[in-house]
Design a protein around this ligand. Structure first.
Ligand SMILES: Cc1cc2nc3c(=O)[nH]c(=O)nc-3n(C[C@H](O)[C@H](O)[C@H](O)COP(=O)(O)OP(=O)(O)OC[C@H]3O[C@@H](n4cnc5c(N)ncnc54)[C@H](O)[C@@H]3O)c2cc1C
Length: 391
């Protein structure tokens, strides 16, 4: 009989884990608190270390239909637009790492993942409120009165994970001091800016701005991240004022300001993270994605790492179906160092991207130009990794 698994949370991490576990022959069900699978109006970069795992699930055609394949990543100075570093992301990356780099609208990716999960296995409107472990079995209880009993429960329920709180106790995420304004700009509003199909990162004192095309190039996703300090709300649906964003980006390059001025609306979001969690697993319960390793977005790896978590779990549970705690222990051992490294690199990039004009910034620019942290050689450790290959 195959293992019965409950995945709590139908975000990118939970859905992709469910698909990978189903492919490994497990009896998986997903429980999502929202009344339907939704994602916010923002973008998501999916690098080859994650896209190769999704391609293996037979999703390549669906991904190609809505994803955009950028040619390059272009890091630029905030005011004069000088190129600090330009590294390939297109065919060179695919040739070197065996899978493409994509830009998605989050809803497009969430929808294609949800469509691939057999609908009878997707239980929306199920908010987990409690769980109990007894012997080899775990009972999950939901706010709507339903419950289920399984061999393994996976908390893929995001940075405010209820599963994490239940197994390890309460601990608040940390406000990082950064806020982001985001905008989704229709292509026709910015045709005059003639923006290349690439990932663009503008770096300046106390802030940066990232933008790229999504939804088959119909929209430009723009994320403006600044050191702020006094906005701590973490709702993707809090409206901001475009005038405030323009004021904060006073003196920045006309392309950055032109994009902001074209925002149909903007939303503001405070960035939170958490310190490394000592353990991810307790008996027959484990965590994945933001539930155990939330990270700042400065490596664009949070969702990619959650997809990797699902691949490692699927491989290990397939290989060790009779020893769930052993497989979970191994999962934590192989995944934690990599996720922690990415938490650290992302946090370090926050400082690097936001340096004030001056000697430190000049040293960073020289280093970027000389060795290029996104060059194929320097990024191999991240993109080459195959998370499904674990023993
Ligand atoms: C500005 C910004 C830009 C980013 N850009 C990138 C990028 O380009 N590339 C990248 O890889 N990552 C990026 N990330 C990170 C990425 O968004 C997250 O790491 C990723 O979405 C985490 O996925 P998840 O499935 O673990 O959690 P979530 O997306 O938070 O999903 C958790 C799900 O669980 C559900 N849930 C919560 N509690 C319960 C409960 N009690 N019961 C049932 N369901 C529950 C929620 O409703 C939700 O659907 C970015 C993040 C930010 C803030």
């Amino acid at each position: 009989m195959s293992l019965e698994v409950a995945v709590i949370g139908g975000g990118i991490g939970g859905l992709s884990a469910a698909l990978q576990l189903l492919k490994a022959g497990l009896d998986v069900r997903v429980y999502e608190q929202a009344p339907r699978i939704t994602e916010i109006g923002a973008g998501l970069q999916i690098s080859p270390n994650a896209s190769r795992l999704l391609h293996r699930l037979g999703l390549k055609e669906a991904m190609d239909a809505v994803g955009v394949r950028p040619r390059a990543v272009h890091q630029r100075r905030w005011d004069d637009g000088k190129t600090l570093q330009r590294a390939p992301l297109g065919p060179e990356v695919e040739a070197q790492f065996g899978a493409p780099y994509y830009h998605f609208h989050r809803a497009d990716l969430a929808n294609l993942l949800a469509a691939a999960v057999p609908q009878e296995r997707l239980h929306v409107g199920h908010k987990l409120v409690n769980l109990e472990q007894r012997g080899e079995r775990v009972t999950a209880r939901f706010e709507n009165g339903a419950s289920t009993e399984v061999d393994l429960l996976i908390g893929a329920d995001g940075i405010h994970s209820r599963v994490r709180t239940i197994i390890f106790g309460p601990e608040q995420p940390r406000f990082t001091g950064c806020v982001v304004w985001r905008g989704m700009v229709p292509a026709e509003r910015i045709a005059h800016l003639d923006i290349e199909v690439a990932s663009h990162n503008w770096m300046g004192p106390g802030g940066h701005c990232v933008h790229y095309w999504v939804s088959a190039k119909r929209s430009m996703n723009v994320v403006c991240c600044v050191e702020h300090g006094n906005w701590t709300a973490e709702s993707w649906t809090d409206r901001g004022e475009v005038a405030d964003v323009l004021r904060r980006y006073e003196g920045w390059h006309p392309i950055v300001r032109g994009l902001i001025a074209a925002f149909p609306e903007t939303y503001i979001w405070a960035l939170h993270d958490r310190a490394e969690l000592p353990r991810w697993t307790d008996g027959h319960v484990t965590l994945l994605g933001d539930a155990c390793h939330p990270m700042l977005p400065m490596m664009a790896q949070g969702a990619a790492q959650s997809i990797e978590d699902g691949a490692a779990l699927a491989s290990l549970l397939k290989a060790m179906p009779d020893d769930v705690p052993g497989a979970l222990k191994r999962y934590e051992m192989v995944r934690k160092p990599r996720a922690t490294r990415l938490q650290e690199v992302s946090a370090a990039n926050r400082t690097r991207f936001h340096l004030p004009d001056g000697p430190e910034q000049q040293a960073r620019d020289l280093q970027m130009a000389a060795s290029g942290d996104r060059s194929l050689a320097n990024i191999g450790w991240l993109y080459q990794h195959d998370a499904a290959v674990v023993q």
